[in-house]
Design a protein around this ligand. Structure first.
Ligand SMILES: Cc1cc2nc3c(=O)[nH]c(=O)nc-3n(C[C@H](O)[C@H](O)[C@H](O)COP(=O)(O)O)c2cc1C
Length: 471
């Protein structure tokens, strides 16, 4: 099995789900604007840009349907599928020859390796060009810890770059451990690995728990890796590019403004220096771009693995979770809706605390019953509106630890809120049922509409979609 994005992109193209841009596209803003304009739509392939010989692809994992297709499961199974991967480990298989090392470009032969790549400038006030689809594999030899995660890279010229890593991320922990041993940290910044590997690298796991071990469960086979050529790391063998590098925690670099998941800019101060030692790539390599900020692919790639971790945490707290969404409104990071069953008195609060302690970024949690579609913002807000008493069903906890990327944080703290929008049987004489035709009639009507009017696009009103999904 090919462990790159290639065959998936080819499948999408066959089904008309790829927008092919043939004429040259400018890396300064034009590429970002084009991807943004088809945000939740087709994947994008760009044959030529104005800054590099390599073609570009983007917008691949920008919907739950797409991601489910890439993992070979149904959309409604996605949360459970990714949650399972947090509990299953299969180590990678090390190979000695790999497509990603077809061509090797060494720093000693090139003054500025990153200048060969089509790295875009995305947003008006960003402080530079950013490589955003860099899945970074790292290895810290004194502890043996390995890690895979995304972090943004900003080229600085002279085979140097800036890397922005949140202080609580494991890549930073590995870099600091290496610094304590008086060494830089060896990494490989890889692009274009299989969607399963990309999703797994966003899982919230324990320090030293290698995301590539968990990717195997999503892939259906172990990840193939190849030893780096200039660095002591294992590189996903079928990726398009691997930028081999060393992170220097002792060489801070000021970043300036950069976009964040919440859609606004941040100025985090200093990050680390990256020393590029080589770039390896496939024959006919294609360069991956992920439009950052509040755009769909960036939001979902983070949201689904975070959601999977929360499902696991809630189950450990004995909460019966039917489905869980980390919403787009919260940038796929901070706002959660969980559909739950059989809540005992006090269990809603237990669920809130389980989520807050599992992932410190989580700020807002809404619990709904399993008749609510957690992915439909309007349906969820209906549950808040129709099924809550605000004075009894809201828990507000001031001054809880959060991450530095929380837009409302003061000194690392923020007020968190839990909303219990589940029904209590004793609160309404006429019960909680939505006024809808019977489920059988709705399913039969859907079948008849599709048979007699094949072109019709069903756009079910609130409450009908869950009935169809259960058919
Ligand atoms: C496309 C994309 C870009 C990201 N960029 C960054 C980044 O620039 N800095 C950062 O700290 N985290 C970034 N993240 C989030 C981390 O990769 C993610 O939280 C990861 O799970 C952290 O890894 P860890 O659990 O091993 O610490 C990004 C995530 C995605 C999906």
């Amino acid at each position: 099995m090919d462990q790159s994005c290639r065959s998936f992109l080819d499948d999408l193209a066959r089904d008309g789900e790829v927008l092919d841009l043939v004429g040259p596209v400018a890396l300064d803003y034009e590429l970002a604007a084009m991807i943004g304009l088809v945000d939740a739509g087709p994947a994008v392939r760009v044959a030529r840009t104005d800054g590099s010989e390599f073609p570009v692809f983007a917008n691949v994992l920008n919907s739950r349907t797409r991601i489910a297709r890439a993992l070979g499961c149904l959309t409604r199974e996605l949360s459970a599928r990714i949650a399972r991967a947090t509990t299953v480990r299969t180590p990678p298989v090390v190979v000695s020859h790999a497509p990603v090392q077809h061509t090797v470009l060494r720093a000693e032969d090139h003054e500025d390796l990153l200048a060969l790549l089509p790295i875009p400038r995305f947003f008006e006030r960003d402080s530079g060009r950013y490589l955003t689809a860099g899945l970074i594999v790292a290895h810290e030899p004194s502890t043996g810890h390995r890690n895979a995660s995304y972090a943004r890279i900003k080229p600085l010229g002279d085979n140097r770059a800036f890397i922005g890593i949140a202080p609580n991320h494991h890549l930073m922990a590995l870099a600091q451990e290496a610094a304590r041993q008086g060494r830089p940290l060896d990494v490989a910044i890889t692009l274009g690995a299989h969607p399963a590997i990309q999703l797994a690298s966003c899982l919230y796991l324990g320090l030293g728990d290698d995301e590539l071990d968990h990717a195997a469960d999503l892939l259906g086979e172990p990840v193939r890796v190849v030893p780096g050529i200039t660095v002591d790391v294992h590189v996903p063998a079928d990726a398009e590019f691997a930028i081999e590098a060393r992170l220097h925690p002792d060489r801070p670099i000021e970043e300036g403004w950069v976009s964040e998941y919440h859609g606004m800019y941040e100025d985090y101060g200093a990050g680390l220096e990256v020393e590029i030692t080589a770039i390896t790539h496939r024959r006919d390599a294609r360069f991956q771009v992920i439009l950052p900020g509040l755009f769909s692919e960036h939001a979902l790639l983070g949201a689904l693995p975070i959601g999977a971790g929360l499902v696991t945490a809630l189950r450990a707290a004995r909460i019966d979770v039917a489905d869980l969404a980390v919403t787009r409104a919260g940038g796929g990071r901070v706002d959660v809706v969980a559909a739950v069953r059989h809540l005992k008195p006090g269990a809603a609060k237990r669920a809130f605390f389980a989520c807050w302690s599992a992932v410190s970024m989580i700020k807002q949690i809404t619990l709904v019953d399993d008749d609510i579609d957690v992915w439909d913002d309007e349906h969820v807000h209906w549950a808040r509106t129709a099924r809550m008493r605000w004075d009894e069903d809201v828990l507000i906890v001031p001054d809880v630890i959060t991450d530095r990327n929380e837009p409302m944080n003061v000194g690392g703290l923020v007020t968190k809120i839990g909303m219990d929008a589940t029904c209590r049987p004793d609160r309404r004489r006429t019960g909680w049922h939505l006024a809808l035709p019977p489920a059988d009639a709705v399913r039969a009507a859907a079948r008849r509409l599709s048979a007699e009017h094949p072109g019709v696009v069903l756009d079910p009103g609130i409450g009908l979609a869950p009935l169809l999904e259960r058919s």
